[in-house]
Design a binder for this molecule. Structure first.
Ligand code: SAM
Ligand code: SF4
Length: 333
């Protein structure tokens, strides 16, 4: 039973941990091409990440998602996954999962399954090789497709996350939905959020409202609204003719904060209790101050006690309002 309850009576059970700010891709909506990364000494060690996650689990978190940056490029990350699997074995943790760009899955899918991971999210915005190279700047589609195949072969359920991007993947809507349906994968669309400086890219120009996307889907398919929520902000529909499940994460056109049960930790040990707000506090200092967890527990409780009601992202005034300065790769998606 979680003892982490915020001022709006929301119980926090879900922790997302960014284990690195580094990435082998440079997606245009996420990073600028010449990103400056944090000095390695600022990052939490794998042992510190373990202690931090273990403290949250002791306080009632039962779902842990590892993200980044690209989590699978962090050196020795499998050691960390293996360590976390003890909390699955004890029953304290219900789910250990991962969000990845898929580039390293070919190598790690089997190890992830062995560590108790059963479901992963893979980010993939296009099935066109040239467009994939353009949107990720450094990525190669074939490698990611190989990774997805390896994941499924290893027994991992794969959900695809696609950022809805105007003039970019609008024309691939049905290609993407059919491709996922054919492979038994859920697909979730995400509205692009105003996070971090991305160089010369135009945020508003990237924004494709999921209301429009859904209307487009309904021109071809009957969609049945589903009640299932996976503890996250996605709303799901069942495509009547294919049976596929499609999710929509709509921070801009539909606010979901009232049911938010999650907090995020950066790779430097800052806790963000809202993805869309600047407010955060430091857990690295209390973590490093003493081998005893009393200071850490108190800092965690203090942070949860300040979880804001919600975010303020808003494009309705034809500006990217509510922008936050940090990149998604810093807080973890
Ligand atoms: N590198 C991994 C990946 O791409 O899945 C994990 C980290 S990435 C920051 C997590 C998710 O955030 C990805 O699905 C990515 O598409 C999404 N993302 C990044 N920047 C975003 C933005 N500005 N708005 C909406 N989603 C974004
Ligand atoms: Fe890397 Fe993921 Fe950001 Fe793309 S979205 S640059 S893969 S962290």
């Amino acid at each position: 039973m979680s003892t982490l309850v915020d001022p709006f009576d929301r119980t926090v059970r879900y922790l997302r941990v960014s284990v690195t700010d580094r990435c082998d891709f440079r997606c245009v909506y996420c990073m600028s091409e010449d990103m400056t990364f944090l000095p390695k000494r600022d990052l939490l060690t794998l042992e510190e990440l373990d202690r931090l996650c273990t403290a949250f689990i002791r306080l009632g978190v039962d779902k842990l998602r590892i993200t980044g940056g690209e989590p699978l490029v962090r050196r020795d990350i499998m050691t960390f996954f293996r360590a976390m699997s003890r909390h699955l074995d004890s029953g304290a943790l219900r789910e250990l999962t991962l969000t990845t760009n898929g580039s390293q899955l070919d190598r790690f899918a089997g190890d992830l399954f062995a560590a108790g991971v059963r479901r992963i999210n893979v980010s993939l915005d296009t099935l066109d090789e040239a467009k994939f190279a353009r949107i990720t700047r450094w990525g190669r589609l074939a490698q990611v497709l190989r990774g997805i195949e390896a994941a499924q072969a290893a027994g991992l359920a794969v959900k695809i996350n696609a950022v809805a991007l105007k003039d970019f993947n609008e024309d691939e809507l049905f290609t993407l939905t059919d491709w996922c349906a054919g492979r038994g994968m859920d697909l979730t669309f995400i509205e692009v959020m105003p996070m971090g400086d991305i160089g010369n890219e135009d945020r508003l120009g990237q924004y494709w409202s999921l209301r429009d996307l859904r209307a487009r889907l309904e021109e071809r398919h009957r969609l049945v609204d589903l009640a299932d929520r996976t503890g996250g902000p996605a709303r799901y529909v069942r495509v009547a003719d294919t049976g596929a499940r499609i999710g929509f994460i709509t921070p801009l056109s539909h606010n979901f904060c009232e049911s938010c049960n999650r907090v995020r930790i950066t790779c430097t040990g800052e806790i963000y209790t809202c993805l869309g707000q600047e407010g955060h506090s430091d857990l690295r200092a209390p973590l490093r101050a003493s081998p005893d967890d009393a200071l850490l527990d108190a800092a965690i409780r203090r942070a949860i006690g300040q979880k804001p009601r919600g975010h303020d992202f808003d494009y309705s005034r034809q500006r990217a309002d509510g922008q936050v300065s940090r990149h998604m790769s810093h807080t973890g998606g």
